[in-house]
Design a protein around this ligand. Structure first.
Ligand SMILES: [Zn+2]
Ligand SMILES: [Zn+2]
Length: 238
């Protein structure tokens, strides 16, 4: 997103906070409590026929796509309902680069149904942690903000202390899949106060999946049997 688009997005957000009757995206008048008008809501596109394993569109019928049948990801299940393009992408970028926490709530509420149908329920939501220096710099962890909305909606508790990021890994953007995997290797430690068997890792966007793969490896080693990944959006591999 260009600096100008980002600035425009932030201005819209500020306008919305002061004038909540106006659509967060286009500024048109709202008829209900939804912060997006029906046209803008419709632009938040869902992933069509998502694979339950990788979250990407499944070209064939069934729960798992051919790519995952051949080469299953390390985690057991992924739900990431929004397409990372168009308006959805603009919003998600703002979530990362500005304190647009209001947006995270809007996006989470827009796609509650995708998570509601998932069973059995994870025992605990674990937000993908930031390194403490990053957290201090930014002032919030967007993964935690998202987990907080889903926790409240589904009555699943959050554990934000069990998983920690040991190193401040350089930004993943612009790196290849192999570089990303090396970048996060052994970057996490998991020390829960009680034992978990079924957890959902929460993040905003899953790109190549290298971060959640590394965390899943750490959780499995600590005895967690079933790891789900819950995210707002998934970047397609194709
Ligand atoms: Zn609108
Ligand atoms: Zn798949």
């Amino acid at each position: 997103m260009s600096a100008r688009n980002l600035q425009r997005g932030i201005m819209r957000l500020i306008n919305h906070l002061f004038a909540p009757g106006i659509c967060l995206a286009c500024g048109s008048e709202l008829l209900d409590a939804n912060p997006l008008c029906p046209d803008c809501s419709a632009q938040l596109k869902r992933v069509p026929n998502p694979c339950q394993s990788c979250g990407q569109p499944n070209p064939v019928s069934g729960r798992v796509c051919p790519a995952c049948m051949l080469n299953p990801p390390r985690w057991q299940k992924m739900i990431a309902p929004l397409q990372y393009r168009g308006l959805g992408r603009d919003y998600l970028l703002q979530l990362k680069f500005s304190e647009a926490l209001y947006l995270s709530k809007t996006l989470c509420l827009q796609c509650l149904d995708s998570f509601r149908e998932s069973s059995p329920r994870p025992e605990i939501l674990i937000p993908v942690p930031l390194h403490h220096e990053r957290l201090f710099e930014r002032g919030y962890n967007q993964a935690y903000e998202i987990a907080a909305v889903w926790s409240k909606a589904f009555g699943i508790p959050i554990d934000r202390h069990a998983l920690t990021r040991l190193r401040s890994t350089p930004s993943q953007s612009g790196l290849s899949a192999t570089q990303r995997a090396n970048n996060v290797r052994q970057a996490f430690t998991f020390r829960p106060k009680r034992e978990y068997r079924h957890v959902a890792l929460v993040d905003d966007i899953v790109t190549t999946g290298s971060t959640v793969t590394e965390i899943t490896r750490t959780l499995h080693r600590a005895g967690v049997e079933y790891v789900e990944v819950w995210a707002l959006a998934r970047v397609y591999r194709r």
